[in-house]
Design a binder for this molecule. Structure first.
Ligand code: GLU
Length: 256
């Protein structure tokens, strides 16, 4: 029987401990959980951000440059750190990893689509964990995903994933901005078409978290197109992935 597939997206702020550097301790916890998920017959594809932030740290840049080519250079430098960390930490469990860098164009081009599909299929069949990021070297505005939340949702569509888990530095989707309203409540479960989700997404766009809760909610709505259930959860929550597997509600579940 074909394995179930989960796409796990990890955000930059979380992965780099707010720019301090790649948080290997934290990644190793997710790695352990992913290995456990694999033992339950779940194929996991990682969509990992963090290359620009890690590149800036390696280059000693304190401020994010606005020049796109400088950002691309930082991403190229930082991507080395990302793959190194994932390779090293998965290797401890004798699990191999593979790097895939994509642009929006790649998913729209039928020949490229075919090749990506075949490559991912083979990697998953061999028990390898693909680590996907945007190909920032060639990504211009027109062919950019914009943020990795969108990329992760499209990958989930592409693989008809059962789940898309967006790990972030926020606890999930709130019914109001928790920074401004102490009474704001975490939404545990919501349908992707629920009009309240639209409202919250609109309200919190760009306010919460580095990527913004808005893009995460929009990614969940996109993922629903392939009947993929999304979970937006705090990445530091203990055993977040395996507890979601056990059916616990952690963060916000966006169902279809
Ligand atoms: N490719 C970017 C990075 O790895 C993605 C940033 C984002 O998710 O917005 O830094």
């Amino acid at each position: 029987m074909k394995n179930k597939c989960w796409v796990v997206k990890i955000g930059s702020a979380l992965l780099t401990n707010n720019g301090k550097g790649i948080d290997k301790g934290l990644i190793s916890q997710w790695v352990e959980q992913i290995v456990e998920l694999q033992s339950h017959g779940i194929d996991v594809v990682l969509v990992s951000s963090g290359s620009i932030v890690e590149g800036m740290k390696r280059l000693g840049w304190k401020e994010k440059p606005s020049d796109i080519h400088k950002l691309q250079a930082a991403a190229a430098v930082g991507q080395m750190g990302l793959v190194q960390a994932y390779e090293y930490l998965f290797a401890k469990h004798e699990v191999q990893t593979a790097q895939i860098l994509l642009t929006r164009d790649n998913l729209l081009n039928s020949k490229h689509f075919e090749n990506i599909s075949a490559t991912l299929g083979n990697l998953l069949e061999f028990g390898i964990v693909p680590v996907i990021n945007e190909n920032d070297t060639v990504a211009t505005e027109e062919i950019k995903f914009g943020d990795n939340d969108t990329l992760a949702a499209l990958v989930a569509n592409f693989l008809s994933a059962e789940k898309l888990i967006i790990l972030t530095d926020q606890h999930g989707v709130f019914d109001d901005d928790p920074r401004k309203n102490n009474d704001a409540k975490l939404i545990n479960k919501i349908h992707f078409n629920d009009e309240n989700l639209e409202k919250v997404a609109g309200k919190t766009g760009g306010v919460l978290g580095s990527g913004g809760m808005h893009s995460k909610v929009m990614a969940a709505k996109q993922a629903a197109e392939s009947k993929t259930i999304s979970n937006i959860a705090w990445g530091r929550e203990k055993d977040v992935l395996t507890r979601i597997y056990q059916g616990e509600y952690i963060g916000t579940l966006i169902h279809c």
